[in-house]
Design a protein. Structure first.
Length: 498
């Protein structure tokens, strides 16, 4: 059996977990909104048309923030289309996804839904086909109490009190040629600076996220981040990162090594942020918002068959398998290992569209990726400890990949340490040992294991519980050392309490 030595020290800290690192994302895309969280007239919906079954699962997840309304969709979105009387709202073409947008669900419906879902908004603005004047107008509508055109317009729509949205995305993937109104780095950097400046004039308390390049694979990567921050460093608080991984080559070992690439991506962007900080002699650090991340590839062929200009069609409805859940677990671990600088992150997306939750007209079910996300949301709170993992590695297209990904989070208030670990060995269990003599009296109080003999096993409506976590029995403390057997192909959560 392979051996892994996990080293922690209570004084060697990465940083406090910002709860927003476990955020998610809803875009006007496919059935994410219509049929996902909003379905008026359905027996499964409440009086406002919100699906009660998806609300229950989202509250179970304890999702802290939800990014809305896009995504590619936002780059041609007129938010005014989605407020006011529903019978006066226009139907629009959405060129981003070649669909029809009815605008029956808009900004105010989202805010009502967010309250019921017990989450906070992360609002994106259109810097593709619109600009900084629109940025001023939407923040006035949302955050000014009364006495101005847009604040009084909100009040006329039935919302006396301001929404007080505090986190805003300045556009989406603006270097992508697929993006409506995509821009050069200089064009976007200047626009983001002006939009950010005017938004903070209206409400100085808001936090702003500037667009990084659309991915590490982009030819603009690196120079884009540097140029954009040269323009808007003083106005923004976060820089965004987006990444998706796939297994189109059906090479599970390489696929599970994708977290190595994600770790390098984060480190590279941080280096650029800090270089610009030094160049500008700034005291403020720019932190990261990893506001799109997931596995995405299963639905691509199916999406090619969708009729153009449909209304809420089945788009990007990946059916996730067990190996996808393992990589999602490793990606969550990677985010936590950078908790000192990654303060916001959004699993893309939340319902139906590349999502942990799926629906149809009769019910809801949990995909395989639901479970590592659930465990991280519920138990990943506290301070991340520097977690060194000494274990065998294997060769991958990303370089050497450790067989074990792991991170430990200490919650001092509740006197717990939670260890999240993935065993990427497809055939062998791994014996993991972690010295915890600094935590005298701590014992294992919970051990959850997600594993399956078939990497391609899926949870479906017909078999919703094919891949579910079970209680593990191979983790215990002996003579000040946590000893745990991590089963082959497994996501593991071990909670110690003192």
């Amino acid at each position: 059996m392979k051996q892994a030595k996990i080293c922690i020290d209570r004084d060697f800290l990465v940083g406090q977990v910002d709860k927003r690192i476990f955020g998610s994302f809803l875009e006007h895309l496919g059935r994410a909104i219509y049929g996902g969280i909003y379905q008026p007239g359905s027996p499964l919906s409440d009086e406002q048309g919100f699906r009660k079954d998806t609300l229950d699962l989202i509250k179970q997840l304890q999702v802290p923030i939800v990014r809305y309304p896009g995504g590619n969709f936002v780059s041609d979105y007129h938010w005014e289309d989605g407020v006011g009387p529903k019978d006066l709202r226009p139907r629009r073409l959405d060129p981003a996804w070649t669909t029809i947008e009815t605008n029956q669900f808009g900004l105010n419906e989202f805010m009502d839904w967010a309250k019921k879902a017990e989450t906070e908004p992360m609002m994106a603005i259109n810097l593709g086909t619109r600009g900084f004047e629109d940025a001023k107008n939407i923040i006035e509508y949302c955050n000014v109490k009364k006495g101005t055109y847009y604040s009084d317009l909100r009040r006329s729509h039935g919302y006396e009190e301001p929404h007080n949205i505090k986190l805003w995305c300045l556009g989406n993937e603006m270097d992508g040629p697929w993006q409506m109104g995509h821009k050069t780095a200089d064009e976007y950097g200047r626009l983001a600076e002006e939009a950010g400046r005017i938004m903070k004039m209206v409400d100085p308390s808001v936090e702003l996220v500037a667009c990084g390049s659309s991915g590490m694979y982009m030819p603009t990567f690196g120079t884009w981040e540097e140029t954009v921050l040269e323009h808007c460093y003083e106005q923004v608080d976060y820089l965004s990162l987006h990444t998706y991984y796939d297994n189109v080559e059906n090479n599970s070992r390489d696929f599970l090594a994708s977290s190595v690439a994600m770790d390098g991506f984060i480190s590279s962007v941080l280096s650029i942020c800090d270089a610009v900080q030094a160049k500008k002699r700034q005291k403020k650090k720019i932190n990261l918002s990893f506001d799109e991340w997931n596995v995405w590839y299963h639905s691509r062929e199916q999406d090619k068959k969708v009729e153009p200009w449909s209304e809420a069609p089945h788009l990007l409805e990946d059916v996730y398998n067990f190996e996808d859940a393992l990589l999602v677990g490793s990606m969550l671990i990677t985010l936590l290992r950078h908790a000192d600088r990654v303060k916001i992150a959004c699993l893309a997306q939340l319902v139906n569209v590349i999502a942990p939750i799926m629906t149809d007209d009769t019910g809801v079910w949990k995909q395989t990726i639901f479970y590592p996300y659930l465990h991280a949301c519920q138990m990943g709170n506290g301070t991340v400890l520097q977690t060194l993992v000494n274990c065998p590695v294997y060769e991958s297209k990303y370089g050497d990949a450790p067989y074990v990904d792991a991170v430990a989070v200490e919650d001092k208030e509740n006197r717990t340490i939670t260890l999240f670990a993935v065993n990427k060995d497809l055939e062998e269990d791994i014996q993991a040992d972690m010295d915890i003599r600094q935590y005298e009296g701590y014992e294992v109080v919970e051990n959850l294991v997600l594993t399956h003999t078939d990497l391609k096993a899926e949870n479906t409506k017909e078999e919703p519980d094919k891949v579910v976590p079970v209680s593990g029995k191979n983790a215990k403390v002996e003579a000040g050392c946590l000893k745990a057997v991590l089963p082959a192909r497994s996501w593991n959560v071990i909670v110690l309490k003192g």
